[in-house]
Design a protein around this ligand. Sequence first.
Ligand code: HEC
Length: 485
Amino acid sequence: MQDISYPINDFGPVIKGMVIGGLGIFHVFLAQFAIGGGMLMCYFQWLAQKGRSAPARRFLDGYFKVLVLVSFVAGALTGVGMWFTTIQISPRTIGVMVEEFHWIWATEWTFFCLEIAAGYAFYRCGKGLTDGARMTLLMLYTVAAWFSLFWINGILSWQLTPGGWTHDRSVWSGFFNPSFWPSLLFRTIVSLTIASLAACVVINAIGAFTREERAELIRRAANCLAPMVLMPLLGVWYLAVIPEDSRSWVQGGSAAMTMFMGISVAASVLIGGYALVGLIWQRLYVSGATATLLLSLAFGATAGGEFVREGVRKPFTVREYLYSNAVKADELAALRRSGGVTADPFPLRNAGAYPTEQLRLGAKVFRFQCSVCHTMSGVNGLTHLAGTWTTEQKRMNIAKLQHTKPFMPPFAGNAEELEALVQLLEWQTAGRPGRWDQSTDRAVIREVQEWLDEAGTAPGTEPHTVGGASPASPDTRQPGKQEGR
Ligand code: HEC
């Protein structure tokens, strides 16, 4: 079997998965601003060239400075930050993504370099150039920025809907997967929306315009909000192509997913309603404060949407192929026999804090299998979730993890490892005493093994029916608990 152990870092009280997710939200927002910003600037350059808008040119140079500062600098930094965090949290997952799509990544970076070069050239020399040259640079910038979305979108959408790739492992089947187009078009419109709202903020912030000039510029910027009418259609298309269980999460199957989806949709409807009725139809003026509020709503919508997109993939990072904890679906059965961490050479950070070897083994099992979604006793902490369970319940429910909650992967280790993890939970719940007996009863191991065999190695099936009531799973032995994200 392939080597599956990597050193992973610990981010204290925060769940590892949330570190990536949190940074990702900022990065996506900034990157989409950069793309939409390019389109918007091409439009204003065209207006200026055709003599259709006197203040367009002045606005353009002011807007570009904001775009450069905010989206180039912060966008690029958070982008690099994403790589730095993913390699510390889930090196194997990012490794798989690079392995499958290395030429796509390389192509994406080429376009990103082009985007930076064109943008920087415009920043340095834009003011002194002819209209034609300005337009060429801006177009180059925009096309490059949009294509970097095009390439990355193929990889991100592949994670949720790998489509034909599941059978033929071909790069292009994976890239042009079922959610590729709805996702790309939706993100393009989101980019334009963010850029247009940011433009309304900038127009108000630049002191040099008269009230009439401002009103005119805002009216032009608001035109870029018009494509928002297509968002419901694209949203429905997207929902239609994602897997049924993922869809059921956002339709009431998971309280947190449904709530974040609701936030995202509500924020989008508010922005869309204001934009279409107020700005485009009624031609209202938008103040700096309102524009900032709308832009914040757009951030909220992006955050909710990204959170849902990451969340509905559970228990997979690549559907049917790679679990969230970086275990490949087809190697799970072998890990049940060999153990998941027997070959893990990387020491625990605070190995001395555990009184026995068995607890250290449990800590490695936790780090390997659970820590991407759980902390021990902080956010989504295991001692809270399983705190009231008896030792027997812990053994059984963890052995049948994928049936306890179908958004968790099956347990990926042997019975000794499972018992070590249970002991770790008991020890943590007991307040980490300095002495702790090892659990060595063979009868316990046999019992755990039986539960593991009963559970099988296939992912859990979702008991919910789409859009309807969610009958309690017969395997859920902890009544009255809400599903989390
Ligand atoms: C893909 C992410 C993920 C992984 C990996 C994962 N869990 Fe969970 N687990 C969750 C989520 C989400 C919940 C729901 C939390 C809630 O109800 O608020 C949960 C709930 C639980 C619960 C409470 C279940 C109940 O019925 O109330 C236990 C116990 C648990 N996990 C143990 C584990 C153990 C042990 C591991 C590692 C072997 C693990 N989980 C791996 C995401 C995960």
